[in-house]
Every structure is written in structure tokens, then in C-alpha cells.
Design a protein. Structure first.
Length: 133
């Protein structure tokens, strides 16, 4: 699916196991692909249900995947866009549906997420300090 997205939109997406946070030692994001310049992350959701695929086209990103997409923005300010991709090989006439999330539309949620990560990181450091052997 990643190769098809690259071909369809003429942007080379490469495999990336994890993007380590620029802001935390415990935070990362594991995308399905990233553009060579690092500004676009893709999150691919494969389905064999044509109905689910079309629902994504008309209703947008599944609610259960929105936080995952915003998390990509929270790990690095270099990520400007997240492309949510629905892939359905049973729909050869339209196997890819794309929704684009723009970082500037989620600044509040990004900051809230980073604040939560900082709090969790501080709590973990406190626990580890108390439990040194």
C-alpha cells in the first residue's frame, strides 16, 4: 500500500520503524511510512470491506485512529502533515482514499499530548529513583 501511495501522489515514502520524540525520552511514533524530507507521515489502514472503505471516504478518519495520527505531530515539529490512508484491494477502481491532517489544525491537542507525556515521564523518573537497588 505504501508503494502505491508513493506512485499515486509522486512522493517517495520510506519505511520507518520509529520516530523518537524530540521532546521526551519515552515517547515515539511508529508510522507506516514517512516522506524522504520527513514532513509527511502516512498511517495506512487496510480493509477488505468495501463498505468500510467508502465510509472512510465520506465520513473521514475513524475516530479510533485520530489520536494515533495526532501523536505523529507530537513527537516532532518537522512533521507538517499526516496522511490517513484507507487501502482496500477489493476496490481496484479506487484502492486508496486519503485524508490529510495539517499540523496547524491540531496545535492545542499536540500541546496537551506533550504535557501528558511530560507528566508521565516525571512520574516514571520518580518511581525509578525510589526503586534503585
Amino acid at each position: 500500500a505504501r508503494d502505491l501511495v508513493s506512485k499515486m501522489f509522486s512522493i517517495k515514502f520510506i519505511e520507518k520503524g520509529a520516530i523518537i520524540s524530540d521532546f521526551s525520552k519515552i515517547h515515539l511514533h511508529s508510522p507506516d511510512g514517512i516522506s524522504e524530507d520527513g514532513s509527511i507521515v502516512i498511517e495506512i489502514k487496510c480493509t477488505r470491506s468495501g463498505a468500510k472503505h467508502l465510509k472512510r471516504e465520506f465520513e473521514g478518519i475513524d475516530k479510533e485512529h485520530i489520536a494515533q495520527c495526532i501523536n505523529a505531530f507530537a513527537v516532532s515539529d518537522e512533521i507538517k502533515y499526516v496522511w490517513f490512508i484507507s487501502y482496500c484491494d477489493y476496490r481496484p477502481e479506487k484502492p486508496i482514499i486519503r485524508h490529510i491532517m495539517n499540523r496547524i489544525d491540531y496545535i492545542k491537542e499536540i500541546e496537551q499530548g506533550r504535557d501528558k507525556i511530560k507528566k508521565i515521564e516525571a512520574e516514571l523518573e520518580d518511581k525509578l529513583t525510589k526503586h534503585k537497588f
